[in-house]
Structure formats: structure tokens, C-alpha cells
Design a protein around this ligand. Structure first.
Ligand SMILES: Nc1ncnc2c1ncn2[C@@H]1O[C@H](COP(=O)(O)OP(=O)(O)OP(=O)(O)O)[C@@H](O)[C@H]1O
Ligand SMILES: [Mg+2]
Length: 259
């Protein structure tokens, strides 16, 4: 259970949509680039609903066994150990499959019966089906922008979810987020948000992903803790974006003019 209320600034109608999805137990898909508050939003909603949140960061090696469970050898015995998905299904927790498209195909197969009217999980190693607890809900995130790999979600998977796109908030809200997250002064927050807007508009740089709210929060934290502003912006915003020396130089010059 999440003990301290996670700070989340609503961007659109996502809170309302999530509440209704939860009430109807329709799986929820969050789409959007890195650092746009997807994880923070789910933590916030789990807290508001008083539900346990189990997060799984999916990667190429994530298999259904990792989620469902496995036999382990303990002394002379083999015992069954529930995986996080099985635990969530039994307890009625919210499970958050972060970057679901990265996981192995058997993961997708295993959630299909859970995300339609059946709401049941088949544990092949035990040969049983378990019915999901009535509070159980599945949430997943997916970053459609990634160029690397060709990982897409099949329509038969996507169409099991209510889906919402997350993006960078408008300037006023982003300033508020920076101030709330870091206690940086209003003037600096405003400048950081202006820098972000400028870089986000430079589509010709060909960056895979541009400045996220997360990077701005990091820059604001460094500034608030006393690191010089220009250095903070360089190490927290410019350097994480690219390794191209020319682009780094150009962006550093641009930022130096703005802060
Ligand atoms: N709407 C928001 N309200 C409050 N904080 C936010 C919001 N959006 C972004 N943030 C800040 O940005 C940081 C990054 O957000 P978060 O970790 O939720 O991103 P994400 O979308 O899950 O990214 P990733 O796809 O990389 O997992 C948070 O730690 C928080 O400081
Ligand atoms: Mg996240």
C-alpha cells in the first residue's frame, strides 16, 4: 500500500476516466513518451482508491513465468511460488505492466483471458484457472514513439483496454509541477519550461525523444540544491538528450541564452 500521497497534477480528464475504468474493471492503457507522469499517475490513482499497486517493469526477457509463478526447490521439496500477477489477481491489487510491448509474447497471451469478460488467469504449470478478485485491475503502459525494435501491440491486445495518451503538460501546469516537486522559485521554473518548449519545437534535431518533464524536474532539483543554473541545465537537460557533440554544443548555447 502506498503510504504517502503521491503528488500528481491532473492534465486532462485522466482521473475521471481512470475512476470509471476502475469501477467497471476495464483494463487501462497509458500511452506516451518517457517522463510524462504515467507512473506517477498510477501511483496517485492506487493511493486514491486505497489499492495495493504491483509494478512490473517489462523487458525483452520478461516471460509469463516471471509474472505467473514458478516451482522452486527448497531443501528436499519443490514448492510453488506465486508470481506478481497471480498475487495481484488473488488479492485484488492493481497490477501495472510498464512497457508491456517489450515483454515476450507469452506474457501477452497470458493476460488475454484476464482482460476480457472471463477475468481469469490460467496457470499452465498447475493446470488451473483462477478467477480474478473483484477488485483486480490490469494497467499497462506503452511508448509508441520508440524507433528501436518494431515492438507494437496487436489490435487484439490493444482493443482490450481503455487507452489514454500522456504528453508534456501546458506551460502553466508544468511550472506548477516543477515548483511542487522541487521548491524551485517561480522565475526559474518558468525559464526551464521555456527552454523545454524551445527544444521540443526543434524537431529537425531528430532526437528519439525530447525534453521530458522528468528532465526539467531534475534540472530544477540541481538548481534548488545550489548547483549553478547553466551547469544544471547542461547536465540535466542537454546531455541526457543526445551524444552528438555538435547538437550538445548548439543546445548548450541556446540554453545559456535562456537561463
Ligand atoms: N502530471 C504530473 N504531476 C506530477 N508530477 C509529474 C507529472 N508529470 C510528470 N511529473 C514528474 O515527472 C517525473 C517523471 O514522471 P513518471 O516517472 O511518472 O514518467 P513516466 O511517464 O512513467 O515515464 P517512463 O515512460 O520513462 O516510465 C515524476 O517523477 C514527476 O516528478
Ligand atoms: Mg514510468
Amino acid at each position: 500500500m502506498i503510504k504517502i500521497k503521491p503528488y500528481y497534477h491532473q492534465i486532462g480528464k485522466e482521473v475521471e476516466v481512470f475512476e470509471h475504468s476502475y469501477k467497471n474493471k476495464i483494463p487501462f492503457l497509458l500511452k506516451g513518451p518517457t517522463g510524462t507522469g504515467k507512473s506517477r499517475f498510477i501511483e496517485h490513482m492506487a493511493y486514491q482508491l486505497g489499492k495495493n499497486l504491483i509494478t512490473i517493469a517489462c523487458h525483452e526477457e520478461t516471460s509469463s513465468t516471471d509474472l505467473i509463478g514458478r516451482y522452486i526447490i527448497k531443501g528436499a521439496e519443490t514448492i510453488w511460488l506465486d508470481g506478481p500477477l497471480t498475487t495481484a489477481v488473488k488479492e485484488g491489487a492493481i497490477i501495472y505492466l510498464d512497457e508491456i510491448a517489450e515483454a515476450r509474447p507469452d506474457v501477452i497471451v497470458s493476460i488475454h483471458s484476464l482482460t476480457d469478460h472471463r477475468r481469469e488467469l490460467f496457470i499452465d504449470k498447475l493446470g488451473i484457472n483462477i478467477k480474478a478478485h473483484e477488485d483486480f485491475m490490469l494497467v499497462a503502459s506503452f511508448n509508441p514513439g520508440y524507433q528501436r525494435g518494431f515492438k507494437e501491440l496487436k489490435p487484439s491486445t490493444r482493443q482490450r483496454f481503455v487507452a489514454m495518451s500522456f504528453d508534456y503538460p501546458e506551460a502553466k501546469i508544468e511550472e506548477e509541477i516543477l515548483i511542487n516537486e522541487t521548491q524551485v522559485d517561480h522565475n526559474t521554473a518558468k525559464k526551464l519550461v521555456t527552454i523545454a518548449a524551445k527544444i521540443r519545437n526543434l524537431t529537425e534535431l531528430g532526437l528519439t525523444e525530447t525534453v521530458s518533464t522528468r528532465l526539467l524536474v531534475d534540472a530544477a532539483k540541481l538548481i534548488y540544491s545550489g548547483l549553478p543554473k547553466r551547469l544544471s541545465v547542461k547536465v540535466a537537460i542537454v546531455e541526457p538528450l543526445t551524444d552528438d557533440a555538435e547538437i550538445i554544443e548548439a543546445l548548450t548555447d541556446l540554453c545559456n541564452l535562456m537561463i
